[in-house]
Design a binder for this molecule. Sequence first.
Ligand SMILES: [Fe+2]
Length: 385
Amino acid sequence: MNRTLPFQMSGKLIFGKGALEELPEAVRRIGAGKAFVVTDPGLVRAGIAEKLLGILSEADVSTALYDKVEPDPRIEVVWDCHEAARSSQCEVLIGLGGGSALDTAKVTAVLLGNSGDLQDYFGIDNIPHRGLPTVMIPTTAGTGSEVTPIAVLSDKQAQLKKGIVSDHLYADVALIDPELAVTLPPQVTAYTGVDALTHAIEAYTNKFAHPFIDTFALAAIQLIGRYLKRAVAEGSDLEARYHMAMASLYGGMCLGSVNTAAVHAMAYPLGGMFDVPHGMANALLLPYVMQFNLESCPERFARIADALGRPNGEFAAAPSAAASVDAVRELCSEVGIVSRLGDLDIPEESIDQMAAGALKVTRLMKNNPRAMTLQDVKTIYRAAY
Ligand SMILES: [Fe+2]
């Protein structure tokens, strides 16, 4: 009750089956003419980029396409995208895809409105001005990037994933159409779904948790417990996709005000040094970090167990905190995430460097409900190995 809550999200939210049809109107309302669409080759192959371009051209909105976004995009990719966007003379950036495409579009848009170097923008509140208007259209249910002020890029030279946090990264429009996720492969559905779960759990058990954000976090946990398995098992299950899209949105809404903690900080070196996909890195670490954090807020972890629908024993009046760890482990294994760090070609000797890297992500580590020493971080990596 002693903390003031700042809360912000995208300027407008359009959510629902078939929402993509409302894109031309959304672009017009921004007052923009030519649209620059940022996506990845997978969405071109799946025909989703073409569908979007078709909807815009039918409504007489002219477009240009950039389809070279890679997973965990490098800084160089953003510059490449920026160069293409600048020469297209576009007036609005449309991000279409998972977190990588959306983050690339968000940073490209601010680069077009600023003259500085991208390297200066890493960290918190380092972007001087707002850039071009943006519409963010997620095709996965995980990152919540469409409603966050955050973009994460890979700095290959430094072997690090680096975050940019700025109010100027909020999209003008977040357009979420659960139908766009029906072709998403089971494995990506699982990883991205566990990413959303991690956002919610790390916000709910955060040192700076807030009752307003708690509501979204618990709702997300509940929906993921109920629908992730269905979305993974049957991609065309539109009801499951709908609720997972909602869960991802709720998870994203937790990030701007409260954000994540040690799981995400420890996942960064896995992505930066070994290209482990973000959702997978989270899934591998989440149960171990939860185990470490249990004692800091046991009643909250008990409520997570409850929300995931697995009370501790059939006759228990109330679930225990430890049941939340079991529930997460069980969910991860049911959606096919069973690897350990040691199965991923990550040498055990790297743990020291990974631990040092994770501790440097102070903007997230400071949020962890239980303070972590270097030794603690190493112990958790070893447990997950
Ligand atoms: Fe995440």
